[in-house]
Design a protein around this ligand. Structure first.
Ligand code: DGP
Length: 139
């Protein structure tokens, strides 16, 4: 089931633009439009599920393979000091888009990133260029 009011359903349906990195039957990976660091990417389930409680376990398991692949590409391209895999559920956890997604967040020593980071639009041309570098690895 897809929901037209859901921004990630619209990106999956190509009704809204995104810098897409990878796709398979279960999920779509694309750049976060409010990156906390260069290379910040999202992996979303294609089928609408709101959160960790809603998503079907087999879909979640398959999705993690793409999370690993994207994390490897982010690691190879941006050479961060570390990577956080973040997945938020509910307003108390600062989930802002109620469609299941997993963040791949490159980290640098002393970047002082807090768990509840604020959403700030990134520079589109920089996000697009970073997506191209990741796609070159992801194929
Ligand atoms: P969360 O706060 O954990 O629900 O993460 C949602 C992320 O989705 C947030 O980092 C910003 C990002 N985001 C919101 N709207 C869009 C959009 O239209 N396109 C893209 N690429 N990312 C979006």
């Amino acid at each position: 089931m897809a929901f037209h009011h859901c921004i990630f359903c619209r990106i999956v349906a190509r009704d809204a633009p995104a810098y897409i990195l990878a796709e398979d039957g279960d999920c779509l990976a694309f750049m976060d439009i409010n990156p906390v660091a260069p290379g910040h990417a999202l992996i979303v389930a294609k089928q609408h599920a709101e959160n960790i409680f809603d998503i079907q376990a087999p879909v979640l398991q398959r999705l993690m393979g793409t999370v690993q692949r994207v994390a490897q590409a982010v690691n190879a391209v941006f050479l961060p000091d570390g990577i956080n895999i973040v997945q938020s559920n509910g307003p108390g956890a600062a989930q802002s888009v109620p469609h299941f997604h997993i963040h791949v967040v490159p980290r640098w020593q002393n970047d002082d990133l807090l768990m509840n980071w604020s959403l700030r639009p990134g520079e589109r041309s920089a996000i697009e260029a970073n997506a191209a570098r990741l796609r070159a690895i992801l194929g």
